[in-house]
Design a protein around this ligand. Structure first.
Ligand code: NDP
Length: 401
């Protein structure tokens, strides 16, 4: 029987909800492009409830315990004395969400002698040292597509919020003001702007589709070019790399995974290539942008705004400069963890577990590492290596609380 360790974010400060703003969720038949939604044999939760926090347990406890497995759920994930690190030694399966990532560094993997499967309940497995997982023969799987549309909606919201100066205007209302000039002195229309995405996979292309009706000019760069028909349909221009695209754009959105090729891609030099007063929206991973270069560019005016929901490390320490830099629209890492997305990634996690326990193959689309190499979605979109270095700094969040 397997020991499963599941790292989830804390419950709400007022306790686990007993009721919700809405009743149920819209029913989706399939993802755009035809991929089917997760299909576990059964689920033990009501879609629309909070599943991603500790008490939600991704709805997994009845399923695992009735089959004789043990489940440890914790939010205490950082530092050598954390519950996660203590429980890791005899765990066969670790489940973690990118929003509150249980960093599986090479050192932790070395201590986890029995670890065979690391599941990302969400998308983006860069919190796992993928090279170390390959070297140890650990399978890494994620729930591809589960929250791609959720994130694309967040990206569009953030672009509009920055360009139209929504957040400071909202704050004037809260402060009791009616300061129209203060609000509009940084407010523009999106119409007519040049908008480019780094990465045109599931999220990036959904962002392009959602932006098209705003009468903007669209651009993208990706390792693989989209089919000509799709490019024509979206009216989008391909660029061979980010460096050659960003100078044209008023808004750049980053929708590529974090791997050695994209780590620190938006450094001082890349940001200097952007138009003065451009906006940068990054919901992909914090480490794709250089932390201090972004803060400096906002202070100098090179960037007019920066928004996103991804940081490094997570949770970000209280003194992380992205909390206090000017003209930002940051949220904690939430875009892919709407109640709608949670229902899909909880079901996808269960599907992966059912396959694992029954010895059935995990969907190719869900695999990142398998059999000692990048596999499935991982082989398509990632490059080998490790992007976890520096993650121990996450322990400072609780230490300073
Ligand atoms: P996809 O795999 O569908 O798309 C990623 C795209 O990025 C692929 O088309 C890939 O290219 C491309 N890419 C990879 N490397 C580069 C590069 N060096 N330059 C340009 N493009 C590159 O994934 P999703 O769209 O679903 O998700 C993208 C990322 O967004 C995830 O990896 C994750 O990090 C992040 N994410 C964030 C969430 C949040 O809550 N904020 C939730 C979900 C995802 P190709 O495959 O053609 O090689």
């Amino acid at each position: 029987m397997a020991k499963v360790v599941c790292v989830l974010y804390d419950d709400p400060v007022d306790g686990y909800p007993s009721n919700y703003a809405r009743d149920g969720l819209p029913k989706l038949d399939r993802y755009p492009g035809g991929q089917t939604l997760p299909k576990p044999k059964a689920i033990d939760f009501e879609p629309g409830v909070l599943l991603g926090s500790v008490s939600g347990e991704l709805g997994l406890r009845p399923f695992l315990e009735s089959a004789g497995h043990s489940l440890v759920v914790t939010a205490d994930k950082d530092g050598p004395d954390s519950t996660f690190e203590r429980e890791l030694g005899d765990a066969e399966i670790v489940i973690s969400q990118p929003f509150w990532p249980a960093y599986l560094t090479r050192e932790r993997i070395a201590k986890a002698n029995k670890l065979k499967l690391a599941i990302t309940a969400g998308i983006g497995s860069d919190h796992v040292d993928l090279q170390a997982a390959m070297d140890r023969g650990i399978t890494v799987a994620e729930v591809t597509y589960c929250n791609s549309i959720s994130v694309s909606e967040h990206v569009v919201m953030m672009i509009l919020a920055l360009v139209r100066n929504y957040i400071p205007s909202y704050q004037w209302v809260i402060k009791g003001g009616w300061n129209i000039a203060d609000c509009v002195a940084r407010s523009y229309d999106v119409e007519g702007m040049q908008i480019g995405t780094v990465g045109a996979g599931r999220i990036g292309s959904a962002v392009l589709r959602r932006l098209r009706p705003f009468d903007v000019k669209l651009h993208y760069t990706d390792r693989h070019r989209l089919p000509e028909t799709v490019e024509k349909d979206l009216g989008v221009t391909f660029h061979s790399d980010a460096a050659s695209m960003v100078g044209i754009c008023d808004v750049v959105t980053i929708n590529a995974p974090l791997h050695p090729e994209t780590e620190n891609l938006f450094d001082e030099a890349m940001i200097a290539r952007m138009k003065r007063g451009a906006y940068l929206v990054n919901t992909a991973r914090g480490k794709i942008c250089n932390r201090d270069a972004v803060a400096r560019a906002l202070e100098s005016g090179q960037l007019a705004g920066y928004a996103g929901d991804v940081w490094f490390p997570q949770p970000a320490p209280k003194d992380h400069p992205w909390r206090s830099m000017p003209h930002h629209g940051m949220t904690p890492h939430i875009s892919g963890s709407s109640l709608s997305a949670q229902a899909r990634y909880a079901a996808g996690t269960r599907e992966i577990l059912e396959c694992w326990f029954e010895g059935r193959p995990i969907r190719e689309d869900y695999l990142i590492v398998d059999g000692g190499k990048l596999a499935g979605a991982g082989a398509h979109s990632y490059s080998a290596g490790d992007a976890t270095s520096g993650s121990e700094e996450a322990a400072r969040f609780r230490a300073k609380a």
